[in-house]
Structure formats: C-alpha cells, structure tokens
Design a protein around this ligand. Structure first.
Ligand code: B12
Length: 623
C-alpha cells in the first residue's frame, strides 16, 4: 500500500526563523548547508510524493481516485485498458474499486465532501477518456450500473447546489444519474422516468412552495401508476413533512434523505433485487409512527384576538425614532467582490460542504483541519479569479420609506408625499401559546398609524449570482464538479456577505440610526447589531409571495433579479428582506397559524387560498 506525507521539517523552520530574526550569523551558513540537505529531502519527499507512481496500475488508479489526483489519470487508464479485454472492464474493475473505497470512507466520515467531489472529477476524466473506446466496442456491452436515477429540482425552485452534490456522490457510487436541472415541471420528470426506464425519481427543493410541488408529483405518480420509489431531499424538506404531506399520496415508496452521505445507502437499498420491499415496509411503518406522534401532539394556539391583545408593546414615540439620512431608493451595482470578501461567513461556507465546525477553529480541527485548509485555499483562489476576470456581478437595490403599522399590516408611504400609499405588506402574528404570553408580529416594530407618529421601514434585494450559473456550468461541462460547486457556494456566501455589509451601511450611514456602531465581523455574524433584516420566507416573514410587493416597490427587476412562479429569485445566490430599526426588534418564529388567521390574512392579502396555501404550507395548522 502506498503512503505519502508532506510535513515541513520543524528543525528547518527554526533555522529559517533564526535567520529571519537575525538571531545568529552561524544560522545563515547552517541554513544554506541545511537547504542543500533539504533539497535532498524535498526531492526525496517529492519523489516520495510520487512514490505511488511505482505501484501497479490498479493501485495507482485507486490512489488517484481517493486522493483526487487528475495528473496521470489518462496514462494510467490507458495502461489499464491495454490489460483488459473490454474498456468497460477498467470502469467496472479498478475505477469502481476506487470509487467504492471513496464511498465507504465518505460513509464512515473518514473522507469529506470536498474530497468526494474531487474524486468524482478524477472519475469523470477517466470515464470520458474511455467512452470512445467503449462506444467502439459497444456490441453486447451491457453496463452494470447500480441503477438509473432521474434527478430534478422541482418547478419554481432554482436551487441546485444540494441536488448537484447528491448527484455527484450517487454517480461516484455507480448510479447513472440523469439530471434534469432546476424548475422542472412534474410532467417532464414523469416523462423522463418512463423514457429512461428509471429505477428511482429524486427531487430537491429549498423553499416551502417546493414542498407542495413534491406532494403534487407524488400524487401524479400514483395517478399514472408508477411503481418506482420517490426520493425527497433539500434544505426545507423533513421527515415529518414527507411522512405527513407526501408519502400518503404515493403507495410505491417515498423516502426522505437528510444529506448526501445517506443518499447512497438509501438508493442502494431501493435498487437491491431482494430487500427493497422489506426496506420500504420499514419506512412506511416509521412514517406511520411519525404521523401518529404528530397527530398526538396537542399544539395549543391562542385565538387571533387574544394574540393581538398580547402583542409586543413598544414605545415608538418620536423620541425613539431616528429619521433616516436618506429616503427613497438607491442601487449599488457592480459591487467590488474584494469588499464583500471581508464579510464572508466562512462557518456557513464549510457547513455547505458538510464540514460542520466553526471558522476559524475548523482550520486547526484534528478531524477537518487538513481538508479545511485546502478548501479554504481553493476558495480564495476562486475569489481571486472572480475579481481578476470579473466572473460575478453583485448588484443591490435598497430603499427607506416612511411607514406605519395598521394592525398586522405595514403601510409604506411615498417619501415625497407621505399621504400616498406605495404598498402594504401583510404580516402574520404568532399564535402558538407560549410562556411569555406575548405574540409577536413584525408590524409591532413600527409606530401604529393611529399614533400619528411617523415611522420608517427599509427593504433590500441583493444578488451576487449574476454570471455564476454559466461559469459553473462551463466547469461542470469540463467534468470539474468540484470547481463548479465552489463557484455556486461562493456566490451564495457573497450574497449573504453583501446583505451583511449593506445592512451595516444602512444602520450607520443611509438611515444612520446606529452611527456610533462599532461591531466586529464576528459580532455581526452573531446578530449583535440594533435592528433586524428579516428575509421573506424566513420564520418571522413566512409568506414568499410578499416578495412581489418588494420587487415592485424597489423595482428589483432592474438589478438583474427575477421571481419564478414560486416566488424564488433568479439568480439563486440572491436574498431580499425588510429593515426594522427598533432596538426592541428581534427575530421570532411563526410556527403555526389557525384557520381564523389564515382567513383574516386572505382578506387583507387578496391572493387566492391556493396561492397562499402553497406559500405558507406547513405553517397552516388546520385541515
Ligand atoms: C445557505 C442558505 C441560503 C443561501 C444559498 C441557498 C442555497 N443555494 O443553498 C442563500 C443565501 C442564497 C439563500 C437564499 C434564500 N433562502 Co436560504 N437558506 C440557506 C440555509 C442557511 C442552508 C441551506 C444549505 O445548506 N445549502 C447548502 C446545500 C449544500 O445544502 P442543501 O440544499 O440542504 O442540500 C443538502 C441536503 O439537503 C441534501 N439534499 C438536497 N437536495 C436533495 C435531494 C435528494 C433527492 C436527496 C436524497 C438529498 C438532497 O443533500 C445536500 C448535501 O448534503 C438554509 C437553512 C438550513 N439550515 O437548511 C436556509 C433556507 C433554506 N433559506 C430559506 C429562505 C427563505 C431563503 C430566501 C427566500 C430568503 C430571502 N428572502 O432572501 C432566499 C431564496 C433565494 C432565492 N434564490 O430565491 C429558508 C426556507 C424556508 C422555507 N421553508 O421556505 C431556510 C430553510 C431558512 C429558514 N430557516 O427559514 N439561502
């Protein structure tokens, strides 16, 4: 078995330090002498680094896959191909052995997502080298893939990072993944599954409206008489939602999977010639338990009237309200990536790569450290490329307006004519009975219209994703899934960084209600600033459809961002929300609302019950 190591000799470091700090003249000579010796060591190490090249071809291929090294892959595959009867044997032999090892190490937590995605890059390069030969030898070449999976992000949802990660990991484990992309209508998914004689349909989604789409897909699969299982995953999905809202709609198997590492195991069970039915029966049993437990939980909701009688009372008098330095709308276009970099929350970056440890500690972490440092270095290289080659465009538009609450609504007025109503945001109020006997609604953070006190609200739409999709797609087309994912995950981080930076500027400059604020980046990430910026769709501002009002208010379409039919923003690396300046303003969670509030909201909002049911989904606590 080959062993490679790349530590730097501590003794050498001491000598370097001595020279640098001019501690002693002799050190210089010793250093030169040592450098000579080190050159010997270094060449030995680099020779060591290439020691694996002395192993037989099979071992070399396995090593390249586990270590994610593409340098010699074609010459090694060619050598293997010459030793095999069929080119396909190279895939089914050494390459699949290597990928199985990767899959096992990943499953055991001994390899992390970035490494797996780098292994996939090696695999793709090897397979694309062999393909012409396999095509030529096609006659009677039945490939023994583990199974065929139709993968898609559902209609109205542009989020594909999660899907792409799982697709790479499944492909690494010998599944043929047919990726239909994002915003894929149900019919198209079903047609592809029939056309391709797929073994599994897998769907992903990031926001609530996508959950309704998944339930609709399950219903259509039942109606069309499908018998293949449906895999569910994505940031907004859950076992409870799948068990209660999706699985009852399709009798041939619906399985929720939390993350990529579990997807392989589940997919293997769903294509296993024996054991599939037993596995699905176990899942059905488990979901039945979930449904009974959920039905048994007595969630006490207070009436809407009682909730409103126990609203948050704050003193929004003139004295407590800072009149903004700027009123109206302002665009920030082509914002410097160099500026945004400083506001990147690297803990979220590593979490997206399934490396869940806080930054900067993760860099020294015994488990993640080595890989985290490589990933961090690769990320900064990519950010340098973004800057030098202007790959991404980051735009934002924000506005600050006179506003007042009117019960649970927020009225926004024209800065030039405060009596002219520009729009009304409809807000929801907490109803789940709680210790505090206080039921918050974002409207509580503004002076009520009836008080005659002028108050203010802000809004923002931000993207750092213009250019990300095309650049990422080009890297993916070259088989470089690792860099393709890196582009998208960094674009997401830059969008959040832009939101953090702009909020700070609004607090300190444009609105100026926190001119003296002097918070570190870490404090900002902990949300230690005065005021909040709730995003539409997040727990205190559940209704995604309200984004449309913000887009009209700020002319959000003017910065290159659009809304899908599920009120998701394109490009995916985009965020939008509202600014509240009250010092009492805190984020809160609207878990459940009853029919009375839903009907009240319908009347205030004017959208159809179907539209709002799709947007509010699991918040609605009634049948
Ligand atoms: C990072 C993040 C973002 C990023 C990036 C989103 C993205 N591309 O992933 C940015 C900042 C862009 C973002 C934006 C928004 N977000 Co956001 N976001 C998150 C966050 C914090 C993490 C999601 C994440 O990890 N993404 C990284 C990828 C790798 O993980 P993943 O998608 O979950 O995929 C993994 C697994 O789920 C699984 N998987 C995924 N798909 C599938 C499919 C199958 C078949 C299988 C088997 C497995 C599987 O494998 C993947 C790898 O392990 C979540 C909260 C959370 N903890 O989940 C909120 C969250 C998803 N966001 C939310 C919202 C509301 C938004 C916005 C609408 C906010 C706004 N108004 O601006 C926007 C929408 C953007 C748009 N384009 O419209 C809400 C959704 C609530 C809801 N139910 O609707 C969440 C849940 C936060 C919350 N607490 O409310 N968001």
């Amino acid at each position: 078995m080959i062993q490679i190591y790349d530590e730097i000799d501590p003794e050498l470091l001491d000598k370097v330090e001595a020279v640098v700090l001019n501690k002693s003249n002799t050190a210089a000579e010793e250093l030169l002498e040592y450098a000579e010796k080190f050159k010997g060591i270094e060449t030995a190490q680099s020779e060591n680094k290439l020691a694996w090249r002395t192993a037989d071809c099979h071992e070399r291929l396995k090593y390249a896959l586990v270590k994610g090294v593409t340098d010699f892959i074609e010459e090694d595959v060619e050598e293997a191909r010459k030793n095999c009867d069929r080119s396909l044997d190279v895939i089914e032999g050494p390459l699949m052995d290597g990928m199985k090892l990767v899959g096992d190490l990943f499953g055991e937590g001994k390899m992390f997502l970035p490494q797996v995605v780098k292994s996939a890059r090696v695999m793709k390069k090897a397979v694309s080298f062999l393909l012409p030969y396999i095509e030529a030898e096609k006659a009677g070449n039945k490939s023994s893939r583990a199974g065929k999976i139709i993968f898609a992000t559902v209609k109205g949802d542009v989020h594909d990072i999660g899907k792409n990660i799982v697709a790479v990991v499944l492909a690494c484990n010998n599944f043929e993944v047919i990726d239909l992309g994002v915003m894929v209508p149900c019919e198209k998914i079903l047609q592809a599954a029939q056309r391709e004689k797929a073994d599994i349909i897998a769907v992903s989604g990031l926001i609530t409206p996508s959950l309704e789409e998944m339930a609709h897909l399950a219903e259509e699969m039942e109606r069309a008489g499908f018998i293949i299982p449906l895999l569910i995953g994505g940031a907004t999905t859950s076992k409870v939602h799948t068990a209660i809202k999706i699985a009852p709609k399709y009798s041939k198997g619906v399985v929720y999977v939390p993350d990529a590492s579990k997807a392989v195991e589940v997919a293997r069970k769903l294509v296993a010639p024996t054991g599939k039915d037993k596995y699905l029966a176990e899942i059905n049993e488990e979901y039945q338990q979930v449904r009974e437990t959920y039905a048994g939980v007595n969630r006490k909701l207070v009436s809407l009237a009682e909730a409103r009688n126990h609203r948050l009372q704050i003193n929004r008098s003139k004295a407590n309200i800072t009149a903004p330095n700027f009123l109206g709308i302002k665009k920030l276009e082509n914002f410097h990536i160099a500026e945004l970099r400083k506001f990147i929350n690297w803990t979220f970056f590593f979490a997206a790569w399934d490396m869940r440890a806080a930054y900067p500690k993760i860099m020294e972490d015994p488990k993640y450290g080595a890989e985290a440092n490589k990933l961090f270095a690769d990320a900064h290289k990519m950010l340098d490329t973004f800057e030098k080659e202007h790959i991404l465009t980051a735009n934002a538009v924000f506005g600050i307006f006179p506003a007042n609450s009117s019960d649970d609504d927020i009225e926004v007025y024209d800065p030039l004519d405060n009596n002219r109503l520009l729009t009304t945001f409809n807000m929801l109020r907490q109803q789940v009975a709680g210790q505090a006997n206080e039921y918050r609604c974002l409207a509580d953070y503004l002076a009520p219209k009836t008080s005659g006190v002028k108050d203010y609200i802000g809004g923002f739409i931000i993207t750092a994703g213009i250019g990300a999709h095309d650049y990422s797609a080009a890297l993916k087309a070259k088989g470089d899934d690792y860099s393709a994912l890196m582009v998208k995950l960094l674009a997401d981080r830059l969008a959040e960084a832009f939101a953090e930076l702009l909020h700070q500027r609004v607090r300190k400059v444009y609105w100026g209600y926190a001119e003296e604020e002097n918070l570190s980046i870490e404090d900002l990430f902990k949300g230690e600033c005065t005021g909040i910026r709730p995003a539409f769709g997040y727990p205190s501002l559940r209704d995604h459809t309200e984004k449309e009002k913000l887009f009209e208010l700020l002319n959000g379409y003017g910065i290159g961002v659009s809304l899908t039919e599920s009120f998701m923003m394109e490009p995916a690396a985009s965020v939008c929300g509202l600014y509240f300046s009250a010092k009492e303003a805190k984020y809160f969670n609207i878990n459940k609302i009853d029919r009375e509030q839903f009907v009240d909201y319908l009347k205030r909002n004017g959208r159809t019950s179907d539209e709002l049911t799709k947007s509010l989904g699991s918040v609605l606590h009634f049948n």
